[in-house]
Design a protein around this ligand. Structure first.
Ligand code: NAD
Length: 347
């Protein structure tokens, strides 16, 4: 079989720890060769991918540097049977088109939950304590204390709102609770409170949060959900942390809300498209705590992703069922509860 993989380009001299790059390629070369399969690791991202559509059987890519498997590409890939997400979050694949063409879409569920949750906690503290301004002055030789402190606060007693309390959202809540904060959440799968968080509806979440943390997948329902209209209903001086997907937030309108000083800060690691163009406005907007998309790609996560991708390929070759929690699309249906359409999504 022909397996095509798109991985981030390895940096010279930085290959001793990384496995999720085009040099080590998750150690898939020996793994696949000894089973008699061909592995093509793409060098130039998207352009190269198109050359292989006609005869590839499996595509593998990571959300950090995704191969966008659009409807058009899927239609040009008659042999494609499997799309593996080397990580978590399969929105770079057109899931409806994959279902129609009976292509399975699977991911390595839970491979980077802790990694992302830690990044979200870090980003929350960076924003609320105005770390970025303090750090900028430290680097640039400044000592204007009041310029930092005018927007530097404690986290305790703030209301943290978690949008989508799944694997990452739960860990974020558990890790933030000891900061003595009030935690509220909205998810569509259950209206139950948890031991650390109170369930509220979406409007309450938006109105009450000092820090609103987004941890849902990108779906047609969450696409562009945080636009001017939604953000303007948040408290003056509040913050958004988004390590879920960039497209859940409206790119231009969040900048506007920051510039109008309605939002005090915005942070996270996800963009649209990825890689983000060098002139993407989130790179330079005021009071941002953005990084490039690496929160779920720290070394421990990469090693779990390597193991998970090999396990998924083994199930595929052996024709044994994929672990249920890893399956997004199978048998012509979107089976993942996180991605399937819900009629009550506005409850
Ligand atoms: P999960 O499936 O465990 O949790 C998702 C939660 O969102 C579930 O509780 C689900 O009910 C809820 N949800 C889905 N649609 C909703 C809607 N319309 N309204 C309200 N709630 C909704 O997923 P997870 O492992 O916690 O990951 C969440 C997302 O985070 C992934 O889909 C991915 O996009 C992103 N992610 C980012 C990184 C990164 O490196 N930045 C890494 C992993 C995952």
């Amino acid at each position: 079989m022909k397996i095509v993989a798109l991985f981030p380009e390895a940096t010279k001299g930085q290959t001793e720890n990384n496995v999720l790059d085009d040099y080590t390629a998750l150690n898939l070369r020996p793994f696949l060769e000894e089973r008699g399969h061909e592995l093509v690791v793409l060098k130039d991202g998207e352009d190269d991918l198109d050359q292989h559509l006609k005869d590839m059987d499996v595509v593998i890519s990571a959300p950090f540097y995704p191969a966008y498997m659009t409807k058009e590409r899927i239609e040009q890939a008659p042999n494609l049977k499997l799309a593996i997400t080397a990580g978590v979050g399969s929105d770079h694949v057109d899931l409806e088109a994959a279902s129609e063409h009976d292509i399975s879409v699977v991911e390595v569920t839970d491979s980077n939950t802790v990694s992302v949750a830690e990044h979200i906690v870090m980003t929350t503290l960076i924003l609320v304590r105005n770390y970025e301004e303090g750090h900028r002055q430290s680097e640039e030789g400044g000592w204007n204390l009041t310029q930092v402190t005018n927007h530097a606060f404690e986290l305790q007693n703030k209301t943290i709102g978690i949008f989508g309390l799944g694997r990452i959202g739960r860990l974020v809540g558990e890790r933030l609770k000891p900061f003595n904060v009030d935690i509220i959440h909205y998810r569509r799968s259950s209206q139950e409170d948890t031991d650390f968080s109170k369930y509220v509806n979406f409007d309450e979440l938006v109105h009450k949060s000092d820090v609103l943390i987004i941890t849902t997948p990108l779906t047609p329902e969450t696409d562009d959900l945080f636009d001017y209209n939604t953000i303007s209903q948040m408290k003056d001086g509040s913050y958004i942390v988004n390590c879920a997907r960039g497209k859940i937030v409206n790119k231009e309108e969040v900048v506007k809300m920051i510039e109008e000083n309605h939002l005090q800060g915005y942070g996270g690691d996800v963009w649209y498209p990825q890689p983000a163009p060098s002139d993407h406005p989130w790179r330079t907007m005021p009071r941002n705590a953005m990084t490039i998309h690496y929160s779920g790609m720290v070394i421990e996560a990469q090693l779990r992703i390597e193991k998970g991708v090999k396990d998924l390929l083994t199930h595929f070759f052996d024709e044994t069922p994929f672990p249920k929690e890893d399956v997004i699309v199978n048998g012509g249906q979107i089976t993942s509860q996180s991605y399937a359409k819900h009629d009550d999504s506005n409850n």
